[in-house]
Ligand binder design. Structure first.
Ligand SMILES: Nc1ncnc2c1ncn2[C@@H]1O[C@H](COP(=O)(O)OP(=O)(O)O)[C@@H](O)[C@H]1O
Ligand SMILES: [Mg+2]
Length: 144
């Protein structure tokens, strides 16, 4: 491997971290801890509080709302941008999240995601299910 391809390979690994989680509630806290570690190693602590809340909401939704067999995992992907992070949570259910009116029982999660992120969205996954993603910038920064 040339020096350049070694550098590129290292960069690719280090700007994108993918984890797979069991479809159960305690995965939410484990994923949160993983994101905190990742953002501190990427020196993006300014994005941490917002990104961790966003991840929590998206992971909780995947655990609570996505119909899935136990063998199907939830996948998280954290991508480092210049001034922020893109967080994606993939699950095996085709149905897409719906922003809904808040009421006593809930409906706040996606409103919080929309508030704390620059952009968020959903796209279908190649085989099954969908990916729900959000971009969180450091204060005064841009994802790029
Ligand atoms: N990963 C998901 N898979 C399927 N449906 C989802 C998912 N995430 C959210 N939804 C739908 O979008 C709605 C709104 O989500 P949210 O704003 O987080 O509110 P809450 O989780 O309190 O219901 C949910 O009630 C659910 O119907
Ligand atoms: Mg929710």
């Amino acid at each position: 491997m040339s020096d350049l391809s070694a550098v590129l390979a290292r960069c690719q690994v280090d700007v994108r971290r993918v984890h797979r989680w069991i479809h159960e509630p305690r995965s939410v806290a484990l994923a949160r801890a993983e994101l905190r570690d990742t953002l501190s190693s990427w020196e993006l602590p300014g994005a941490e509080d917002a990104a961790v809340i966003v991840l929590s909401e998206l992971m909780t939704n995947a655990v609570v709302h996505a119909r899935s067999s136990r063998e199907r995992v939830i996948e998280t992907t954290f991508c480092r941008g210049w001034g922020g992070v893109r967080v994606a949570v993939d699950d095996a259910d085709e149905r897409v999240p719906q922003l809904r009116e808040q009421d006593a029982e809930g409906g706040r999660g996606l409103a919080i995601v929309a508030e704390l992120s620059d952009r968020w969205g959903v796209h279908p996954r190649l085989r099954a299910g969908k990916s729900v993603w959000a971009i969180v910038s450091v204060p005064g920064g841009r994802f790029l």
